[in-house]
Write a protein that binds this ligand. Sequence first.
Ligand code: NAP
Ligand code: HSE
Length: 431
Amino acid sequence: MFPIIKVGLLGLGTVGQGTYRILTGNKDNLTQKVGAEIKVTRILVRDLAKDRGMELDPALLTKDYRDILEDPEIEIVVELIGGLEPALNYVLSALERGKSVVTANKDLLALHGKELFEAAAAGKADLLFEGSVAGGIPIIRPLKQCLAANQIKEVMGIINGTTNYILTKMSYQGVDFTNALLEAQELGYAERDPTADIEGLDAARKIAILASIAFNTRVLINDVYVEGITRITARDINYARELNYAVKLLGMAKETPEGVEVRVHPALIPQSHPLAAVNGVFNAIFIRGDAAGDTMFYGQGAGALPTGSAVVADIMDAARHRLYKVPGIIKCTCYAQKPIKPIGEVECKYYLRLIVDDRPGVLASIAYAFGDKKVSLASVIQKLNLDQQAEIVLVTHRVKEQNFRAALNLISQLSAVKEVCNFIRVEGEET
Ligand code: NAP
Ligand code: HSE
């Protein structure tokens, strides 16, 4: 006979159902691995009457969180409600009572990490959140444990499946942005309100969490420079391909002598970069450490079972810690306070597309503006002649963002420049 570790589940939506299915479907296997049976004894939901399309004892369901919080036999609380409140209050009160908490809630971690870890330390309880970043891909534990010996130099990832699906459709099937988004919604990849996905906020929360762990300093969502993919056009994607680049929404974090760079924005990356081959809803995270070198983690970044896989593994760890009375890593690993590097100070290459008058001297005036702001050009291609006008695509050498923007400001004021169509940062090349 195995001892029983009781779990209270908060939420029985996509991830809650995936988690419950894994816990019940793989029960024997999990029991042997942990040395105890993990048993969900209560599930908090909003709507008791909802048809959930699964076999479930209705007596497990409750609308009252106190049924879980005040049950002394429930040792692990699994928060899969999402959002800030009431999730924050539920998690803090569980930790205060010494219950271990497992959550997949990136919003909570990216905004309230400090107080959550303090509550975990005070309650001597686990706070585990593998499912909060990149769903089924192991990334929190690898960063905290397997790569702990390294000074992490860089974390760069495709950490939003919806936008990667949209960009893949636009790149390979010529689907426009609106239709690609509609498809992503129909397939259940995009959140009901896709703003957080397409504006880069979902990825920003995830990179804030990864950067905090990688660089041992608290990085909050507001520290992340964010741009989404809404201004990416099929035209830019095609030109990028001609230049041997793929367009991806990247979450990036780098440690530099001037501080930590943390940003989310679309970027051109070389077709030869491992992240360029990550397509559809798949996610991947590339990590550069001083000892391990480059490692990359690839897989499904969302969905009921992939995310449930990460959540259940956390529940198993929390259960083992309770069973054998060994502490987990309850101490927050953010021991340093490093400055955040402003976006103006960040250096990279830039792709720029302009519509200009097609007459002598125009390219020279653009080159002069770049030179004036100390921006050096790597390539200039005249793409199209349109009735006395030309479309030109330029790629710069590496330069500080503030210099590029100052040059762009001068260029946009030139009478020969009819439209600044787009600029996109270029990443992933050796510096
Ligand atoms: P979801 O499908 O919307 O499910 C939310 C669940 O929470 C529902 O069962 C809902 O109850 C319950 N709930 C919501 N507010 C509640 C409240 N005030 N009181 C009690 N119950 C409440 O959400 P999800 O997609 O599973 O996401 C859950 C968490 O996992 C979020 O933090 C999300 O960011 C994270 N996550 C999701 C994915 C993914 O692929 N979906 C991937 C990684 C991480 P009812 O069913 O009764 O309405
Ligand atoms: N909406 C997210 C994505 C999944 O598209 O990757 C949940 O984190």
